[in-house]
Design a protein around this ligand. Structure first.
Ligand SMILES: NC(=[NH2+])NCCC[C@H](N)C(=O)O
Ligand SMILES: O=C(O)CCC(=O)C(=O)O
Ligand SMILES: [Fe+2]
Length: 338
């Protein structure tokens, strides 16, 4: 399910040089000109990096990959922001690391973001935030973050979720899990492929959590409110019957009232996933790539410090085909799905 490679000293220097060069030419990791050029620059990445990401993209091997070994200078990255809003301006050392995240990711597909999440930014900060401790959000802490498909509610969700660790002083684990369809009876399998499930947007996409940006992204918030009030019925499994894709987020999901077989099927899938979860404690400089069609992910609980030394991840969404969401994108920001 998960492979890991670590940069050699030579490869680490080569990656750092590309990131520094790009930082000299482009003002930010989410700058449109840098994003356009990123696949080209990424062709100069070390062979081991390109080979590992090609293996993940091939879709018939491991569904998660960790590339370790980036140098994260703890003093130079500055304090962990107290919320995603506080993550700007980006210190130069963090800019270079964000470049690495984007360059790696552009070997898998197109980096994109959501108008309704973190103000439409393409590179997200995942940090514990005061008041969110018990929430099912990336910014939570004391409550375990229940495993989920990222943006399970959305038809144009990421093919890959990519998390880069800048700081993780307590070694708090990200959890990753897959699903083996052979645990289902024939009847349950059929049910899982039928549109008998409803998945609502997680709170990170709702207006209440984005009040300051609600007007700027009105169209997007109207759409997620609609998806929240009247979610479409969808299957939980799709694609090949023997090797299905998953869309599942139990914390924000239900079945039609009275549909007992669907309830039982969802429970059965949930138990199987729960029993097979793996802990992946990211270390600074690790980047994990998670196939969001095949695997779910979550996070173990922890106690936040709120003193600038907290756990700090950067996140990007990657799609294999940005074109499929063209009907739901902003005219002036081609990589932002509304
Ligand atoms: N079960 C869930 N979908 N929880 C929310 C996931 C984290 C969410 N994407 C965030 O940034 O906060
Ligand atoms: O904090 C983590 O390790 C995972 C958080 C998560 O699920 C997310 O950012 O989507
Ligand atoms: Fe997530």
């Amino acid at each position: 399910m998960l492979t890991r490679i670590d940069l050699t000293a030579e490869d680490r220097d080569a990656v750092a040089a590309l990131c520094a060069e790009a930082a000299g030419e482009h003002p930010a990791a989410d700058d449109p000109a840098f994003l356009r050029e990123a696949p080209l620059i990424a062709h100069r990445m070390p062979r081991a990096v390109r080979a590992a990401l090609a293996g993940l993209h091939a879709d018939d091997g491991p569904s998660a990959l960790v590339i370790g070994g980036l140098d994260v200078p703890d003093e130079a990255i500055g304090p962990t922001p107290s919320s995603w809003r506080e993550g700007r301006p980006v210190p130069p050392a963090v800019h270079r690391l964000e470049n690495a995240l984007v360059l790696y990711s552009s070997l898998l597909g197109d980096v994109f973001g959501w108008a309704t999440q973190q103000d439409g930014r393409l590179v997200h900060d995942v940090v514990p935030t005061r008041g969110h401790e018990d929430e099912q959000l990336g910014s939570g802490s004391t409550a375990p973050l229940m495993w989920h498909t990222e943006e399970a509610f959305h038809p144009y969700r990421a093919d890959y979720v990519v998390l880069m660790c800048l700081r993780n002083p307590d070694g708090v684990a990200t959890t990753v899990g897959g699903f083996d369809p052979s645990v289902l009876t024939e009847e349950e399998r059929r049910c899982a492929f039928e549109p008998r499930f409803r998945i609502r947007p997680d709170k990170s996409h709702l207006q209440a959590y984005n009040a300051e940006n609600a007007d700027r992204h009105r169209e997007g918030f109207d759409r997620t409110e609609q998806m929240n009030e009247e979610p479409d019925a969808v299957p939980v499994l799709f694609g090949a019957p023997h090797d299905p894709f998953l869309q599942i987020d139990p914390a924000y999901m239900d079945t039609a009232p009275g549909d007992e077989p669907a309830r039982r099927t969802l429970d059965r899938i949930g138990e199987a996933i729960e029993g097979g979860l793996t802990d992946v404690p990211l270390r600074p400089g690790d980047v994990v790539f998670i196939d969001n069609f095949r695997l779910v992910h979550g996070r173990q609980p922890f106690k936040a410090r709120y003193d600038g030394t907290d756990r700090w991840l950067k996140r990007v969404n990657v799609t294999r085909d940005l074109r499929k969401s063209s009907a739901m994108r902003l005219p002036d920001a081609v990589r932002v799905v509304v």
